[in-house]
Design a binder for this molecule. Structure first.
Ligand code: FFO
Ligand code: ATP
Length: 182
């Protein structure tokens, strides 16, 4: 199946799952597994996303990771499909909504950190074989991971997991180091 068709089908699946009680159960379970990762325990700075409804809900995790004494960084998109990480602000009023509808921190050059020690990579589907991912389709993470090569992990909810990629994989796709699955 081509990427565009697969992406549409997968987003429909995630919209349905976002209304299922099972979603928050899976999130709690994957969060526990995340804390066990060596790459998490060794990381002082962690790159997380500010999630949308159909994604793994990162809101509780952002607070929990901060309470463990680690610094949370979130992405801000730049021109030419580039991306940078900035500290998650103390006051959510300091976040701005991007044209794609995702909240982003303000760009303060002196606060950029590329890359954080561990980057949690978002996505809408992942493969068990090869740890491939497909996202919303702009290639921000593929470009970032090719350039900076941080440790990576992903929270893979049950409707996101496939044994093998059901979409075409390209040479530019960067596999995720550890995938967390239920
Ligand atoms: N919560 C969250 N934050 C994230 C991501 C994510 O997947 N989840 N990203 C993960 O990358 C980055 C933002 N991703 C984006 C992906 C697509 C488009 C976008 O404008 N898409 C166009 C078509 C793409 C194109 O221009 O070719 C569209 O859908 O109209 C914008 C941002 C950074 N922040
Ligand atoms: N490292 C790269 N350098 C240049 N172009 C790239 C790179 N990685 C991806 N691209 C291009 O970006 C576009 C979108 O990539 P892709 O379909 O892999 O996005 P995605 O992984 O689904 O989305 P995202 O990474 O934003 O979540 C493609 O045209 C792809 O060729």
């Amino acid at each position: 199946m081509d990427k565009v068709t697969f992406r549409k089908q997968q987003i429909d699946r995630l919209v349905k799952f976002s209304k299922d009680d099972q979603k928050s159960q899976e999130e709690a379970q994957l969060t526990k597994a995340f804390y066990q990762l060596e790459n998490f325990q060794n990381a002082e700075t962690i790159g997380l996303t500010i999630s949308q409804d159909i994604e793994f809900n990162t809101a509780p995790l952002i607070k929990a990771v901060q309470n463990l004494g680690k610094k949370v960084y979130v992405p801000r998109t730049l021109s030419n499909y580039q991306m940078t990480f900035l500290p998650y602000p103390a006051d959510v009023a300091d976040l701005e909504k991007s044209s794609f509808g995702i909240y982003e921190p303000k760009l303060i050059a002196s606060q950029r950190l590329d890359p954080p020690d561990l980057v949690v990579v978002p996505g809408i589907a992942f493969s068990k074989d090869g740890h491939y991912r497909i996202g919303f389709g702009a290639g921000y993470y593929d470009r970032y991971l090719n350039r900076y090569q941080p440790h990576t992990t992903a929270f893979v909810l049950s409707p996101m997991l496939y044994d093998e990629p059901q979409w075409p994989v390209s040479m530019l796709d960067v596999p995720v180091e550890d995938i967390l699955t239920v």
